[in-house]
Design a protein around this ligand. Sequence first.
Ligand SMILES: [Mg+2]
Length: 411
Amino acid sequence: MSAAPRSFRRLIGHVDGDAFYVNAERIRQPFLRDKPVGVISNQGYFVIAKSNEMKRLGITTGEPLPDALQKCPEGIYVKRDFRWYEVVSRKMLDCLRQLSPCVEYYSIDELFFVVPEGAQPQSFAEEVRARLWADVHLPVTVGIARSRTLAKLLGDTIKPFGAKALLSLEEERAILATRSITDITGISHRRARRLEPYGLKTCLDLAQAPPRLIRGLLTVVGLRLWHELNGEAVEPVRPQRPRHKILSRGGSIGQASTRVGRVWAFVVRNLERFVEELEFYAVRPGRVDLVLRFQDDQAASAGCRLETPTARFDLLLDYFRVCFVRCWQPGRPVNGMHLIGTDLHQPGSYPRGLFDPPDEPARTVSLVKRQINERLGRFLLRSGATLPLDDVYRDDALNYDACDIRGKFCF
Ligand SMILES: [Mg+2]
């Protein structure tokens, strides 16, 4: 069979793990195959992934566990384990790197790749799927098209265990006509509402709209998507993640709390994780912000500019304490938070202030703490302020999150 037509020479592929958490569990527990399996969130409140058997019974992602149990009492519900999902994710990455010269680690279960020159696209899509099944025992869906946006949209239409290359304009248009604009990564419902008055609802509507209109409504970001939908690969496959412009840690705290000691303990826990990130990437924030999320979906935030950029726990703790006092609202239940660092500097790239406290002995203390934790357990040595969270630290599944998997582009 001949290679791709001339205009389709440079093609991009997208690999997406099918029901990834469920199938990762099935790799280490083969008896789970063909059984209804649900993976539940860290505190055990919600189903965060479900097998096709469960999907057929009407169970949706994000459904509370008691509702899922009613629909599927015979289901097997397992707790999420990101340490294991990272192992599977990296196996997937290693396997694909043997097949393609350029692979992007997009998310825990999604990879983009460049189709090697000379490969027949449809057989290559099938080969990628077959190799991941043979080497990793993971079912995936593979889409190949002229741009990453087209490849990902294609993948969404052929799940699960699909493998397809889009090789004609007619096929591209047929797929685009079936997809809503909000199926495109980067188009939120808020953005889609701006397009509605112009009758733009499907991806095909967007691709056929005048580019000037799209630029006016969705800025240059929308214009890039317009090019991608029309088969011009303006978004490259990125084998290396560029330097972070922002680092953050946080998330849900499980059951909402009005207890100041418990919520502050979560701030300190997240600060310890935040400092780990700063040390790993060898950067110092010039500004920090704290966002507290309340149970009623409202949030409060406060930020500080640092006198001198730092990654020191004790100094950052003082800044976050100031932010916390400004965000805290007595009696209002908090259910999540984010600690955010921006204006990131490399050590030595900024002048030290005349009145900055000396780095020693704080640096020695942090080094000893890091070495002990690396050897004996991530949170073995931790701040006394986190003592109200004994229940959290006792549960090992809570001590490693999707965001702890480094090198990928998105959460
Ligand atoms: Mg997936």
